[in-house]
Design a protein around this ligand. Structure first.
Ligand code: ADP
Length: 150
């Protein structure tokens, strides 16, 4: 008998659940996209957050549903409005890595009050390749997974 409490065991279980085991496929758009393009991608790809990448495929920003709604409230021409003007830009994008635990990323989502994070890998120049997407839905899946365990 280890002498560990139930919550200690649960915490250990959570720390063992890694982002790489629960992440989804990222949806990225190029930085020269318009707000109109972004709305189409979000709708067609059925995601709540889009990652914006430069011509080298490196992460430069993120756009949420409400960013797009806000931009659509004005009288602007959405096809002429560049995504770069409305996105949340690096270095203000909160990221995670594939090795992070689900508990760490749940903490980030709650403390920053956001729905999702890009899963990134730093390249040799210190720029980020986007390798995944982790959202509240993935946390719900992890929750269901624990609940279904023997
Ligand atoms: P919504 O705006 O649709 O409710 P979020 O709560 O995820 O979706 O986004 C809230 C704000 O935070 C938006 O302006 C969005 O650009 C920004 N945001 C979303 N995800 C991140 C992130 N991982 N890092 C930094 N900012 C983010």
């Amino acid at each position: 008998y280890t002498g560990k409490t139930g919550s200690q065991l649960f915490q250990e279980r959570l720390l063992k659940m890694k982002v790489k085991d629960f992440q989804s496929i990222p949806v990225v758009i190029p930085e020269n996209s318009s707000v109109y393009d972004a709305i189409c991608s979000m709708f067609l790809e059925d995601v709540g957050t889009l990652f914006v990448v430069n011509e080298n495929g490196k992460l430069i920003g993120i756009v949420s549903r409400k960013d797009l709604l806000r931009a659509s409230m004005g009288k602007q021409d959405l096809e002429a409005l560049p995504i770069g003007i409305i996105m949340t830009r690096m270095p203000n994008v909160t990221t995670c890595t594939a090795e992070d635990s689900m508990l760490e990323i749940a903490n980030k989502l709650i403390s920053k009050q956001i729905d999702g994070l890009p899963v990134v890998k730093k390249d040799d120049n210190g720029e980020y390749d986007v390798i995944g997407r982790i959202t509240k839905t993935n946390i719900t899946k992890a929750f269901v997974y624990i609940g279904a365990e023997e």
